[in-house]
Design a protein around this ligand. Structure first.
Ligand code: DC
Length: 202
């Protein structure tokens, strides 16, 4: 049986944590689609053409720890505006979404473009300030040098680029359930997300 859960939202809203927890809860496979754009973005940092990089992407490219840096996140957001880059990544995402046994995909355009027929759709968001604070604490926790102001500016810049681009901009699908995690602890956000999926499954 194929069952797709589409989870979209801006950077650091809690999509990753919620998606992993939902996949574990339902026993579904999980794809963090941001990694596809990060892997392409990372290749452009050493001079590769983004469209060539997207067309040549392999599963091994998605495993690198180095994809989690702010520089790669910005590069990902920049290559994500290119229509040919997005087009090169569509088939892989759609095949993953319809695999037998169920799938959770998180990203920016899963419920709107990649899988508009998904059985359950969530849009996970939080204020830019809350998201920046979470990202700042995560970076400091990993031993990176970071300032609150720089992280907030980075989050806002990426939000603007992701929401204003012409191709598959970040926005909730009309039938997505909105979950604002600004005031929610992780457990409460996960419970709210599971309840929303259960309600859409019924
Ligand atoms: O979710 P993330 O922070 O790893 O995503 C990195 C960038 O990739 C994000 O700023 C925009 C882009 N992206 C996208 O355009 N579409 C997706 N489905 C996922 C990510």
């Amino acid at each position: 049986m194929a069952f797709t859960i589409a989870i979209d939202g801006p950077a650091a809203a809690g999509k990753g944590t919620i998606s992993k927890a939902i996949a574990a809860h339902f026993g579904f496979a999980h794809l963090d689609t941001g990694l596809l754009y990060r892997a392409v973005g990372a290749r452009t940092l050493d001079g590769t053409d983004p469209i060539d990089a997207a067309r040549a992407l392999t599963a091994e490219d998605l495993a690198a720890d180095s994809l989690r840096t702010p520089e790669v996140a910005q590069a990902a957001s920049r290559v994500a505006v290119i229509g040919e880059v997005r087009a090169a990544l569509v088939d892989f995402q759609r095949a993953f979404a319809r695999r037998a046994g169920g799938a959770v995909l998180d990203g920016r355009d899963i419920g709107t473009v990649i899988c508009p027929e998904a059985e359950a759709k969530l849009f996970v968001t939080a204020s830019a300030e809350v998201r920046a604070e979470r990202r700042y604490l995560e970076l400091i926790g990993k031993g990176h040098d970071a300032s609150r102001e720089a992280v907030l500016a980075d989050v806002k810049e990426r939000d603007a680029r992701d929401m204003e681009r012409a191709e598959a901009p970040l926005k909730p699908a009309e039938d997505a359930v909105l979950i604002d995690t600004s005031e929610l602890a992780i457990d409460a956000a996960v419970q709210a997300a599971i309840a929303a999926v259960e309600a859409q499954r019924a």
